[in-house]
Design a binder for this molecule. Structure first.
Ligand code: SD4
Length: 367
C-alpha cells in the first residue's frame, strides 16, 4: 500500500475522504506521511514537522471552543491539553489537535490521534504492523472513553486496521462496553468495517522468526519498542476523553488480553476529576487498575503527578518479585495539570498545549 493511502486511511478512519471540507488536513497528512516512514532519526523529523504544524496550521482550540460556546470568554476557559505515551505520541497529538481545530469533540480527538499510530505499518506494538503472539498471529486491543463515562472496547481482534474506531462504534452503537474476538470482528463487519487478511508485515515476521529460535519470553518494554499508545484529551470547553490501542505484548499466549482495552486499567476518564492511561506490562496494570486508581487519587486531592507516583508505587509494591519491567502512566486533571511517572527510566510522553507540542521524559521510581 502506498504511503499516501496509509495517510489517507489514518486521517479519515478508512472512510470517505472529506479533505475538501477541511483546510487543515494537509498539515496532519504531512505528519502522517512522516509517521509512515519512521526511521532512527524520526524524533528530529517529527519535532520539526510538529513545530511547523503547531505554529502554522492549528487554530488555537480555545478559539474553536469560544465559537462553539459563545457565552464563555476565552479567559474563563482551561487550555486544550493532549497527553500521550511514547515518541509516537507526537504525531498522534498533532492529529488529535487537528481534530479539535476542525471543531471536533474530545472523543473525536481521542480517536483521530491514535488512528495515526494504528495506521503505521512500521509500528511494532500498535495496529496490524504489531509483533504477533507465539503462534505468529497479531491480535489487537483498544478502548475509548469520554468524560461522562461512556466507554467502548474491543479485545483479541484480528485483521482490523483501526480497532479504536470499532471501540467507538461499540460505545456509540451498542448498549455494551466490551466486545471480544470473533464477536467483535463480526460486529465490525456488520458496521461496514473491512476485515483484512491477518498477515504479518515483513518486519514483524522477521522478528517472530528470530524469536522462535529461542522462544525466550522477555517482555522488555521501553523506548526502543515504543509500546502502546494511550492518549488523553482535555478540550478547551472542559470536556475530556481518552483512548488506548495496542497489539499487546509480543509473543504472548494466543488469547491473552492486556490492560489496554480494560476500562479502569489501561484507561479511565471522568471529566469531573481527570483521566489517566497506562502503558507497559499490562498484567501489573490489570492487577492494580492503575488508571482508575490514579483518577481516584486526583479525586481525593492529589495532583496528577502525585496520583501517577501513587499508582506506580502500588504496582511496585504489589510485584516485589518482578524484575526488569516497565509501566508508564499519564494523568491529566480537569484544570489542565498533568502528571507522568514510570517504574524505570525511558518512558517518554508527548504533551500538547493549545497546539504547542513537545516530547518529555517521565520521572521514574527505580533508579
Ligand atoms: C499490554 N499494556 O498489552 C499493553 C502494552 C504492551 O506491547 O504490552 N505493549 O500489556
Amino acid at each position: 500500500m502506498a504511503i499516501g493511502d496509509w495517510a489517507d486511511r489514518a486521517d479519515h478512519g478508512g472512510n470517505a475522504c472529506a479533505r475538501r471540507r477541511c483546510s487543515l488536513v494537509s498539515h496532519a497528512e504531512g505528519v502522517l506521511l512522516l509517521c509512515c516512514a519512521m526511521n532512527p532519526t524520526r524524533r528530529t523529523l517529527i519535532s520539526s514537522i510538529v513545530a511547523t504544524a503547531g505554529a502554522a496550521a492549528l487554530v488555537p482550540s480555545h478559539t474553536v471552543a469560544t465559537l462553539m460556546h459563545p457565552t464563555r470568554t476565552p479567559s474563563a476557559l482551561p487550555p486544550s491539553i493532549i497527553l500521550s505515551t511514547w515518541d509516537h505520541g507526537m504525531p498522534a497529538n498533532v492529529a488529535a489537535a487537528a481534530a479539535l481545530a476542525r471543531g471536533g469533540s474530545a472523543l473525536d480527538a481521542a480517536e483521530h490521534g491514535v488512528l495515526v499510530v494504528e495506521a503505521d505499518p512500521t509500528n511494532l506494538s500498535v495496529g496490524l504492523g504489531g509483533l504477533p503472539d507465539r503462534d505468529g498471529i497479531v491480535t489487537l486491543d483498544a478502548c475509548i472513553m469520554d468524560g461522562t463515562g461512556r466507554a467502548g472496547s474491543v479485545c483479541f481482534v484480528q485483521g482490523i486496521e483501526h480497532p479504536v474506531s470499532v471501540a467507538r462504534m461499540v460505545l456509540e452503537r451498542t448498549p455494551h462496553v466490551l466486545l471480544a474476538g470473533a464477536g467483535a470482528e463480526r460486529f465490525a463487519r456488520e458496521q461496514g468495517v473491512a476485515q483484512r487478511a491477518n498477515t504479518l508485515t515483513a518486519q514483524a515476521r522477521a522478528a517472530w522468526e528470530e524469536w522462535k529460535k529461542t522462544s525466550h519470553y522477555a517482555p522488555v518494554i521501553n523506548i526502543e519498542n515504543h509500546d502502546t499508545i494511550g492518549l488523553l484529551v482535555l478540550k478547551g470547553d472542559g470536556t475530556m476523553a481518552g483512548s488506548c490501542t495496542t497489539s499487546g505484548l509480543a509473543y504472548k499466549v494466543h488469547g491473552r488480553v492486556g490492560d489496554s482495552p480494560i476500562i479502569g486499567a489501561g484507561l479511565y476518564v471522568d471529566e469531573e476529576v481527570g483521566c489517566a492511561t497506562c502503558t507497559g506490562l499490562g498484567e501489573t496494570v490489570l492487577r492494580t487498575l492503575a488508571s482508575f486508581l490514579a483518577v481516584e487519587r486526583i479525586r481525593m486531592g492529589d495532583t496528577p503527578q502525585q496520583a501517577c507516583e501513587a499508582a506506580i508505587a502500588r504496582i511496585i509494591h504489589k510485584h516485589p518479585a518482578l524484575a526488569s519491567y516497565q509501566v508508564g502512566i499519564l494523568a491529566l486533571d480537569k484544570t489542565g495539570r498533568h502528571g507522568a511517572h514510570a517504574v524505570t527510566k525511558g518512558f517518554t510522553y508527548a504533551l500538547s498545549t493549545n497546539g504547542d507540542h513537545a516530547l518529555h521524559n517521565a520521572s521514574y521510581a527505580m533508579h
